[in-house]
Design a protein around this ligand. Structure first.
Ligand code: FES
Length: 338
Protein backbone atom coordinates (compact mmCIF):
# COMPACT_ATOMS: atom_id res chain seq x y z
CA UNK A 1 0.00 0.00 0.00
CA UNK A 2 1.41 3.40 -0.95
CA UNK A 3 0.34 6.83 0.21
CA UNK A 4 -0.60 9.53 -2.33
CA UNK A 5 2.64 10.03 -4.16
CA UNK A 6 2.94 11.77 -7.48
CA UNK A 7 4.82 9.44 -9.83
CA UNK A 8 6.24 10.27 -13.23
CA UNK A 9 8.57 8.94 -15.86
CA UNK A 10 12.25 9.83 -16.00
CA UNK A 11 15.36 9.00 -17.95
CA UNK A 12 18.70 7.98 -16.55
CA UNK A 13 21.08 10.58 -17.99
CA UNK A 14 24.40 9.26 -16.65
CA UNK A 15 26.04 6.90 -14.19
CA UNK A 16 29.37 7.63 -12.50
CA UNK A 17 31.41 5.59 -10.03
CA UNK A 18 32.26 8.14 -7.34
CA UNK A 19 33.76 5.89 -4.64
CA UNK A 20 34.34 2.20 -3.97
CA UNK A 21 30.91 0.56 -4.26
CA UNK A 22 29.05 3.86 -4.74
CA UNK A 23 27.51 5.08 -8.00
CA UNK A 24 26.02 8.46 -8.77
CA UNK A 25 22.92 8.45 -10.98
CA UNK A 26 21.78 11.59 -12.82
CA UNK A 27 18.06 11.45 -13.50
CA UNK A 28 16.15 13.67 -15.90
CA UNK A 29 12.47 13.88 -14.94
CA UNK A 30 9.89 13.96 -17.69
CA UNK A 31 7.48 15.82 -15.39
CA UNK A 32 8.06 19.22 -13.82
CA UNK A 33 11.36 19.48 -11.94
CA UNK A 34 10.90 20.38 -8.28
CA UNK A 35 14.02 21.88 -6.72
CA UNK A 36 14.87 19.65 -3.73
CA UNK A 37 15.67 21.23 -0.37
CA UNK A 38 18.59 19.73 1.59
CA UNK A 39 17.55 16.41 3.18
CA UNK A 40 15.02 15.55 0.44
CA UNK A 41 14.68 12.08 -0.99
CA UNK A 42 13.35 10.58 -4.18
CA UNK A 43 11.40 7.37 -4.44
CA UNK A 44 12.38 5.17 -7.36
CA UNK A 45 10.56 2.10 -8.66
CA UNK A 46 12.95 -0.83 -8.77
CA UNK A 47 12.33 -4.37 -9.98
CA UNK A 48 13.26 -7.21 -7.66
CA UNK A 49 12.73 -10.71 -9.04
CA UNK A 50 10.72 -9.04 -11.82
CA UNK A 51 8.33 -7.45 -9.35
CA UNK A 52 8.03 -3.67 -8.90
CA UNK A 53 9.06 -2.28 -5.55
CA UNK A 54 10.02 1.13 -4.21
CA UNK A 55 13.25 2.44 -2.75
CA UNK A 56 13.95 5.88 -1.32
CA UNK A 57 17.26 7.55 -2.04
CA UNK A 58 18.53 10.85 -0.65
CA UNK A 59 18.93 13.51 -3.29
CA UNK A 60 22.54 14.57 -3.59
CA UNK A 61 23.35 18.27 -3.73
CA UNK A 62 21.20 21.17 -4.87
CA UNK A 63 20.51 19.85 -8.44
CA UNK A 64 20.47 23.42 -9.79
CA UNK A 65 20.59 22.15 -13.40
CA UNK A 66 17.20 20.41 -13.33
CA UNK A 67 18.57 16.89 -12.87
CA UNK A 68 18.02 14.81 -9.75
CA UNK A 69 21.10 13.05 -8.45
CA UNK A 70 21.11 10.03 -6.16
CA UNK A 71 24.03 7.89 -5.00
CA UNK A 72 23.52 4.17 -4.52
CA UNK A 73 25.81 1.88 -2.59
CA UNK A 74 25.98 -1.67 -3.85
CA UNK A 75 25.21 -3.86 -0.87
CA UNK A 76 26.17 -7.53 -0.69
CA UNK A 77 23.06 -8.32 1.39
CA UNK A 78 20.81 -6.08 -0.69
CA UNK A 79 17.11 -6.87 -0.91
CA UNK A 80 17.59 -6.27 -4.63
CA UNK A 81 17.17 -2.50 -4.95
CA UNK A 82 20.83 -1.61 -5.18
CA UNK A 83 21.53 -4.55 -7.49
CA UNK A 84 18.74 -3.36 -9.77
CA UNK A 85 20.05 0.20 -9.82
CA UNK A 86 23.55 -1.05 -10.53
CA UNK A 87 22.25 -3.13 -13.45
CA UNK A 88 20.95 -0.02 -15.26
CA UNK A 89 22.62 1.67 -18.22
CA UNK A 90 22.43 5.35 -19.19
CA UNK A 91 19.25 6.02 -21.15
CA UNK A 92 17.17 3.63 -19.04
CA UNK A 93 13.61 4.65 -18.27
CA UNK A 94 12.68 5.06 -14.62
CA UNK A 95 9.60 5.82 -12.58
CA UNK A 96 10.24 8.35 -9.83
CA UNK A 97 8.30 10.35 -7.26
CA UNK A 98 8.51 14.06 -6.69
CA UNK A 99 11.07 14.94 -3.99
CA UNK A 100 9.81 14.73 -0.41
CA UNK A 101 11.57 15.77 2.75
CA UNK A 102 11.42 14.19 6.22
CA UNK A 103 14.89 15.40 7.20
CA UNK A 104 14.57 19.13 6.87
CA UNK A 105 17.37 21.54 7.59
CA UNK A 106 16.44 24.49 9.79
CA UNK A 107 18.43 27.61 9.05
CA UNK A 108 19.41 30.34 11.51
CA UNK A 109 20.87 28.19 14.28
CA UNK A 110 24.04 29.51 15.98
CA UNK A 111 26.02 26.32 15.33
CA UNK A 112 25.70 23.11 13.31
CA UNK A 113 27.36 19.75 13.60
CA UNK A 114 26.83 17.41 10.64
CA UNK A 115 27.69 13.72 11.06
CA UNK A 116 27.74 11.20 8.22
CA UNK A 117 28.48 7.49 8.37
CA UNK A 118 29.20 5.72 5.07
CA UNK A 119 26.51 6.28 2.44
CA UNK A 120 24.82 8.55 5.01
CA UNK A 121 26.86 11.32 3.39
CA UNK A 122 24.20 11.65 0.67
CA UNK A 123 21.75 13.96 2.52
CA UNK A 124 24.51 15.51 4.64
CA UNK A 125 26.47 16.64 1.55
CA UNK A 126 23.66 18.97 0.43
CA UNK A 127 23.27 20.31 3.95
CA UNK A 128 27.00 21.05 4.16
CA UNK A 129 26.89 22.95 0.85
CA UNK A 130 23.78 24.90 1.87
CA UNK A 131 25.12 25.84 5.30
CA UNK A 132 28.48 26.79 3.89
CA UNK A 133 26.77 29.00 1.31
CA UNK A 134 24.68 30.56 4.08
CA UNK A 135 27.96 31.25 5.92
CA UNK A 136 26.69 29.31 8.91
CA UNK A 137 29.00 28.01 11.59
CA UNK A 138 29.22 24.34 10.63
CA UNK A 139 31.48 21.33 11.04
CA UNK A 140 31.17 17.97 9.32
CA UNK A 141 32.39 14.67 10.74
CA UNK A 142 32.45 12.01 8.03
CA UNK A 143 33.13 8.38 8.97
CA UNK A 144 33.83 5.60 6.48
CA UNK A 145 35.58 2.28 6.51
CA UNK A 146 38.35 3.20 4.09
CA UNK A 147 39.50 6.23 2.12
CA UNK A 148 38.32 4.58 -1.11
CA UNK A 149 34.76 4.57 0.24
CA UNK A 150 34.65 8.33 0.81
CA UNK A 151 32.30 10.12 -1.60
CA UNK A 152 32.34 13.88 -2.23
CA UNK A 153 35.32 14.32 0.12
CA UNK A 154 37.20 16.61 -2.28
CA UNK A 155 34.25 18.93 -2.90
CA UNK A 156 33.54 19.02 0.81
CA UNK A 157 37.15 19.82 1.60
CA UNK A 158 37.04 22.70 -0.88
CA UNK A 159 33.92 24.13 0.75
CA UNK A 160 34.64 23.41 4.40
CA UNK A 161 38.42 23.29 4.68
CA UNK A 162 39.42 22.06 8.12
CA UNK A 163 35.78 22.13 9.26
CA UNK A 164 35.59 18.71 7.56
CA UNK A 165 37.03 15.87 9.63
CA UNK A 166 37.38 12.35 8.30
CA UNK A 167 37.20 9.26 10.48
CA UNK A 168 38.39 6.09 8.79
CA UNK A 169 37.88 2.69 10.43
CA UNK A 170 41.02 1.57 8.64
CA UNK A 171 42.97 4.14 10.67
CA UNK A 172 41.19 3.32 13.91
CA UNK A 173 39.60 6.79 14.22
CA UNK A 174 36.17 7.04 15.81
CA UNK A 175 33.94 10.05 16.39
CA UNK A 176 33.90 10.97 20.09
CA UNK A 177 30.21 11.86 20.23
CA UNK A 178 30.04 13.16 23.84
CA UNK A 179 33.06 15.41 23.25
CA UNK A 180 31.66 16.69 19.95
CA UNK A 181 28.27 17.47 21.47
CA UNK A 182 29.99 19.30 24.32
CA UNK A 183 31.73 21.56 21.76
CA UNK A 184 28.46 22.60 20.13
CA UNK A 185 27.33 26.15 20.98
CA UNK A 186 24.08 26.49 22.98
CA UNK A 187 21.14 26.33 20.59
CA UNK A 188 23.24 24.45 18.05
CA UNK A 189 21.82 21.48 16.16
CA UNK A 190 23.16 18.14 15.00
CA UNK A 191 22.14 16.48 11.74
CA UNK A 192 23.20 12.85 11.45
CA UNK A 193 22.77 10.19 8.81
CA UNK A 194 24.49 6.88 9.32
CA UNK A 195 24.01 3.26 10.31
CA UNK A 196 21.69 2.42 13.18
CA UNK A 197 24.56 1.74 15.61
CA UNK A 198 25.93 5.24 15.06
CA UNK A 199 22.48 6.72 15.45
CA UNK A 200 21.78 4.92 18.70
CA UNK A 201 25.15 5.96 20.14
CA UNK A 202 24.35 9.55 19.15
CA UNK A 203 20.90 9.42 20.75
CA UNK A 204 22.42 8.18 24.01
CA UNK A 205 25.19 10.78 24.00
CA UNK A 206 22.71 13.52 23.12
CA UNK A 207 20.39 12.54 25.97
CA UNK A 208 23.37 12.49 28.35
CA UNK A 209 24.35 15.98 27.17
CA UNK A 210 21.06 17.35 28.53
CA UNK A 211 20.38 19.31 25.35
CA UNK A 212 16.86 19.73 23.94
CA UNK A 213 15.63 16.51 22.32
CA UNK A 214 14.74 18.25 19.04
CA UNK A 215 18.30 19.46 18.56
CA UNK A 216 19.39 16.07 17.27
CA UNK A 217 17.93 15.45 13.81
CA UNK A 218 18.62 12.18 12.11
CA UNK A 219 17.95 9.76 9.34
CA UNK A 220 19.28 6.26 8.96
CA UNK A 221 19.21 3.57 6.34
CA UNK A 222 17.10 0.55 7.02
CA UNK A 223 19.60 -2.02 5.93
CA UNK A 224 21.99 -1.50 8.80
CA UNK A 225 21.57 -3.44 11.99
CA UNK A 226 23.46 -4.61 15.03
CA UNK A 227 23.68 -8.14 13.67
CA UNK A 228 24.67 -9.54 10.30
CA UNK A 229 21.80 -10.03 7.88
CA UNK A 230 20.76 -13.68 7.81
CA UNK A 231 17.73 -15.81 6.98
CA UNK A 232 15.19 -16.35 9.79
CA UNK A 233 11.86 -18.05 10.41
CA UNK A 234 8.57 -16.25 10.97
CA UNK A 235 5.50 -17.94 12.36
CA UNK A 236 2.00 -16.45 12.26
CA UNK A 237 -0.17 -18.92 14.25
CA UNK A 238 -3.44 -17.13 13.51
CA UNK A 239 -2.86 -17.60 9.79
CA UNK A 240 -1.22 -21.01 10.10
CA UNK A 241 1.94 -19.65 8.48
CA UNK A 242 5.52 -20.73 8.99
CA UNK A 243 7.91 -19.17 6.52
CA UNK A 244 11.56 -18.49 5.96
CA UNK A 245 12.66 -14.91 5.32
CA UNK A 246 15.72 -15.23 3.09
CA UNK A 247 18.80 -13.10 3.57
CA UNK A 248 18.03 -10.92 0.55
CA UNK A 249 14.38 -10.23 1.31
CA UNK A 250 12.61 -8.12 3.93
CA UNK A 251 10.17 -9.69 6.37
CA UNK A 252 7.50 -7.44 4.88
CA UNK A 253 8.09 -8.78 1.37
CA UNK A 254 8.20 -12.37 2.62
CA UNK A 255 4.87 -11.93 4.43
CA UNK A 256 3.28 -10.32 1.37
CA UNK A 257 4.62 -13.10 -0.85
CA UNK A 258 2.94 -15.56 1.51
CA UNK A 259 -0.38 -13.79 0.98
CA UNK A 260 -0.56 -11.66 4.11
CA UNK A 261 -2.20 -8.29 3.40
CA UNK A 262 0.25 -5.91 5.04
CA UNK A 263 0.00 -2.18 5.53
CA UNK A 264 3.10 -0.14 4.75
CA UNK A 265 4.33 3.12 3.33
CA UNK A 266 7.91 4.32 3.76
CA UNK A 267 9.73 0.97 3.71
CA UNK A 268 12.56 2.76 5.53
CA UNK A 269 11.63 2.07 9.15
CA UNK A 270 10.21 5.55 9.64
CA UNK A 271 6.40 5.50 9.54
CA UNK A 272 5.67 2.42 11.67
CA UNK A 273 2.78 1.30 9.47
CA UNK A 274 4.27 -2.11 8.79
CA UNK A 275 4.72 -2.97 12.49
CA UNK A 276 3.46 -6.32 13.78
CA UNK A 277 2.99 -7.72 17.29
CA UNK A 278 5.75 -9.99 18.53
CA UNK A 279 4.31 -13.00 20.38
CA UNK A 280 7.51 -14.93 20.97
CA UNK A 281 11.14 -14.82 19.90
CA UNK A 282 13.71 -17.56 19.51
CA UNK A 283 16.60 -15.31 18.68
CA UNK A 284 17.36 -11.64 18.85
CA UNK A 285 15.15 -9.08 17.16
CA UNK A 286 17.43 -6.65 15.34
CA UNK A 287 15.33 -3.49 15.41
CA UNK A 288 16.54 -1.40 12.47
CA UNK A 289 13.79 1.21 12.42
CA UNK A 290 13.78 4.77 13.71
CA UNK A 291 10.06 4.71 14.47
CA UNK A 292 10.07 2.99 17.86
CA UNK A 293 11.79 4.53 20.87
CA UNK A 294 14.68 2.76 22.56
CA UNK A 295 12.33 1.74 25.39
CA UNK A 296 9.83 0.27 22.91
CA UNK A 297 12.61 -1.65 21.19
CA UNK A 298 13.75 -3.04 24.52
CA UNK A 299 10.18 -4.07 25.36
CA UNK A 300 10.26 -6.08 22.13
CA UNK A 301 6.48 -6.08 21.75
CA UNK A 302 6.43 -4.91 18.12
CA UNK A 303 8.77 -4.79 15.14
CA UNK A 304 8.81 -2.95 11.82
CA UNK A 305 8.79 -5.64 9.17
CA UNK A 306 10.15 -3.47 6.35
CA UNK A 307 13.62 -3.19 7.87
CA UNK A 308 13.91 -5.13 11.14
CA UNK A 309 15.08 -8.72 11.18
CA UNK A 310 15.88 -11.56 13.56
CA UNK A 311 19.33 -12.94 14.26
CA UNK A 312 20.05 -16.48 15.41
CA UNK A 313 16.54 -17.90 15.22
CA UNK A 314 13.04 -16.81 14.46
CA UNK A 315 10.03 -14.95 15.68
CA UNK A 316 6.34 -15.63 16.20
CA UNK A 317 4.10 -12.70 15.35
CA UNK A 318 0.58 -11.56 14.70
CA UNK A 319 -0.29 -9.11 11.97
CA UNK A 320 -2.80 -6.28 11.94
CA UNK A 321 -4.76 -7.62 9.00
CA UNK A 322 -7.62 -10.02 9.44
CA UNK A 323 -7.20 -11.58 6.00
CA UNK A 324 -6.63 -15.31 6.07
CA UNK A 325 -3.52 -16.57 4.30
CA UNK A 326 -4.17 -16.87 0.61
CA UNK A 327 -2.22 -16.98 -2.64
CA UNK A 328 -0.12 -13.87 -3.10
CA UNK A 329 -1.80 -12.74 -6.32
CA UNK A 330 -5.25 -12.88 -4.74
CA UNK A 331 -4.04 -11.04 -1.65
CA UNK A 332 -2.39 -8.36 -3.79
CA UNK A 333 -5.70 -7.55 -5.43
CA UNK A 334 -7.26 -7.12 -2.01
CA UNK A 335 -4.39 -4.87 -0.91
CA UNK A 336 -4.91 -2.65 -3.94
CA UNK A 337 -8.69 -2.44 -3.51
CA UNK A 338 -10.00 1.04 -2.60
S1 FES B 1 6.71 0.81 6.02
FE1 FES B 1 7.21 2.55 7.23
S2 FES B 1 8.19 1.68 8.96
FE2 FES B 1 7.87 0.00 7.64
Amino acid sequence: MRSDIEWSGARLRSITDIAAGIRLFEIEPSARFVAPAPGSHLKVTVYVDGRPDVRSYSIVGPCADGLYRIAVKRLPDSRGGSLYMWSLEPGANLTISQPANHFELTYGRPDYLLIAGGIGITPIYGMALALSQAKARVRLLYAARTEAELAFAEELRERLGDRLELFLDAEGRRVDLPAEFARLAPGGEVYLCGPIGMLEAAKTAWADSGRPVGGLRFETFGNSGRYATEAFRVRVPRLGLDLLVPENKSMLDALEDAGVAMIHDCRRGECGLCAVDILETEGVVDHRDVFFSDAQKQANAKMCTCVSRVARGGVTIDTADRTAAMPARQAASITAAP
